[in-house]
Design a protein around this ligand. Sequence first.
Ligand SMILES: C[S@@+](CC[C@H](N)C(=O)[O-])C[C@H]1O[C@@H](n2cnc3c(N)ncnc32)[C@H](O)[C@@H]1O
Length: 275
Amino acid sequence: MGRALAHARKRLPGFDDPCALALLPEPYKTLIERKLRGEWPRSGREAAMSFGAEMMERLIGPRTVVIDEALCEAPRRRQVVIVGAGLDARAYRLGELSESVVFELDHPATQRAKRERTARLVPLARDLRHVAVDLTREPLDEALARAGHDSAAPTSWLIEGVITYLHPREVEATMAAMAARSAPGSRWIATYNEPVPIRGVFRRAFAGIGPWSNEPARASFSRAEMRALLARHRFRVASDRDGLERVTHIGVPASFVDRYIVRFHHVLVADGPQP
Ligand SMILES: C[S@@+](CC[C@H](N)C(=O)[O-])C[C@H]1O[C@@H](n2cnc3c(N)ncnc32)[C@H](O)[C@@H]1O
């Protein structure tokens, strides 16, 4: 919903996601269409969801621009692995991936729903491969090897909006598996949350999760902890921007939400493996 709003309202320079609205399940799509026509919410629930979509536009919009930049500045012919792809439409909207093989790795249930909605879309990527895997049951490396991922060629890894749902030990294990499949010239792009000294629904709000959903907010890291995690796997941080730094980077005036809420949410870009 946040991406569909950002695409339609064009308030964020560099943001473009023409697939976002089409990928939404019907009730959410209708809600956004009505919101864009300026109609009032019809219920308290709709008003809350509309507010959530506004927050997500601010959280996901600038983060998308920064991630797109980091993906597109890498050499054109490469492998891109999107871990926990969800409704990510990069394989369908980024012409810069036209020489790349994109692996969308996701939980089988999420991937099934996504594939139903993308059935009529044509990928711009040279090759799009779907890898269904529940990371709590199967390691990422075996599933990727089966799908034809080449660990001797460079990979751009993207793990966006996923780390917060994992336990710190699962983050470490997933990082180790990605590092083991990273040839020189690989890039690692991720979002993560800084720890916030509060609990309950507000803690989830700061993690970019619907405050009243039952989704967990698990792993969080300081900048130094993230840098150390990457160094353990021979990756060096190229940039690490919090929410305020992201809006500054794309040239948008900072709002209250950027300054005090989205601020705790980072986009990190790292290169490796270092010799
Ligand atoms: C909040 S969504 C983020 C989606 C997308 N990367 C984005 O930023 O829009 C979290 C994603 O993590 C995936 N995920 C969560 N737990 C998983 C697991 N155990 N195995 C594989 N994928 C998982 C979900 O299926 C979902 O696609």
